[in-house]
Design a binder for this molecule. Structure first.
Ligand code: ATP
Ligand code: MG
Length: 324
């Protein structure tokens, strides 16, 4: 047997996308403007890896995923996904990848979820025995039993997203692209989605490219993190390293029973006070539990949340780090 040319799941070489946009120039005039949404990105993703692909709004994440999934033609550079050229070999590729765009739906709005899955079985020509087996597994994994008979339009966002993920996985793809699969979900639904993705990765060895604005998704799921900004790759490395190098300071937000002066807690800095609410920032080496214990020793706590650093903060720190 001839060895495949590429054993990586995804290979990009100088991949770029330029959009021509009509922009206003004066009161009546409009001119064409070139916008380089993705600029010469080179990246290899080995099989069975989960990589976080993050960046601020407009960084070019969705555009990259659209080029990799055969929706958009690259302006220059090359991409190979599962050894295929995405747009040229789109039909072949479709059977080997799964795609979820959190902002769009793969499902038929008025049909019961189960009917959408049945239609997808025909689209992907999955033998019915295989389909039944995979669907049973995914139904359990995403806990879909209670709403398989409901039309998609009647589902909550969390339920729909579990349905979307199922729809992308039903044909047993080897690579999945998830563009903001947790957008808008509450904490419980996010947790359920992450747990399910972890199981799928562990049991099926699928390669996952995950785009998100929630750094907790990346921390919990992706050992490798790629960051892009203004279409350019600005960081690629282990997620754990990034935390050590660029901070990753978290903030404990506590609602106290009564307003009081800023709390003094070893290892944490009170950055803001708003009535009974206080913000305590702490370094990644310190646990939220220890900060909370120190707070609870000084005041009565009504409620709390832990805020992860924003992606924009990390990007800013990367630029600052590059300058020093
Ligand atoms: N079809 C298009 N025509 C013109 N410009 C586009 C088109 N699609 C995207 N862009 C522009 O390309 C840039 C990158 O967009 P993209 O959707 O890839 O960003 P993103 O990283 O996914 O952002 P977000 O986090 O907001 O989803 C943006 O400036 C966007 O306005
Ligand atoms: Mg996007």
């Amino acid at each position: 047997m001839i060895a495949p040319l590429s054993s990586a799941a995804i290979e990009m070489h100088d991949l770029s996308k330029v959009f021509d946009r009509r922009v206003k120039a004066g009161r009546f005039r409009r001119v064409n403007e070139r916008h380089e949404a993705v600029q010469a990105i080179s990246l290899t993703v080995p099989r069975a890896e989960i990589v976080g692909y993050i960046g601020p709004n407009g960084a070019g994440k969705s555009t990259t995923i659209k080029m990799l999934t055969g929706i958009l033609q690259p302006s220059s550079g090359t991409a190979l996904v599962a050894g295929l050229v995405p747009l040229e070999e789109r039909v072949k590729l479709a059977r080997r990848i799964g795609v979820v765009f959190g902002q769009r739906s793969n499902l038929w709005w008025d049909l019961p979820l189960a009917d959408s899955f049945d239609l997808l079985r025909h689209v992907y020509r999955v033998p019915s025995v295989d389909h039944a087996r995979t669907l049973a597994w995914l139904t359990e994994l995403f806990d879909l039993g209670g709403f398989l008979a409901s039309p998609v339009r009647a589902l909550s966002l969390g339920q729909r997203m579990r349905g979307e993920l199922t729809s992308a996985l039903l044909h047993n793809p080897e690579i999945v692209f998830l563009d903001e699969p947790t957008v808008g979900l509450d904490v419980v639904s996010k947790h359920a989605v992450r747990e399910a993705l972890r199981t799928i990765h562990r049991e099926q060895g699928v390669t996952v490219v995950l785009t998100t604005h929630d750094l907790a998704d990346v921390e919990e799921l992706c050992p490798r993190l790629v960051i892009i900004d203004h279409g350019r790759l600005i960081h690629d490395g282990p997620t754990a390293d990034l935390k050590v190098r660029f901070g990753g300071e978290r903030t404990l937000v506590v609602d106290l029973v009564e307003a009081r002066e800023p709390l003094i807690v070893a290892g944490a800095t009170c950055t803001k006070v708003d009535g009974p609410r206080q913000w305590l920032q702490f370094a990644p080496v310190i646990s939220a539990a220890s900060v909370l214990a120190a707070v609870a020793g000084q005041a009565d706590v009504r409620d709390l949340t832990v805020q992860e650093p924003a992606i924009e903060d990390i990007v800013r720190r990367i630029y600052q780090g590059a300058r020093t």
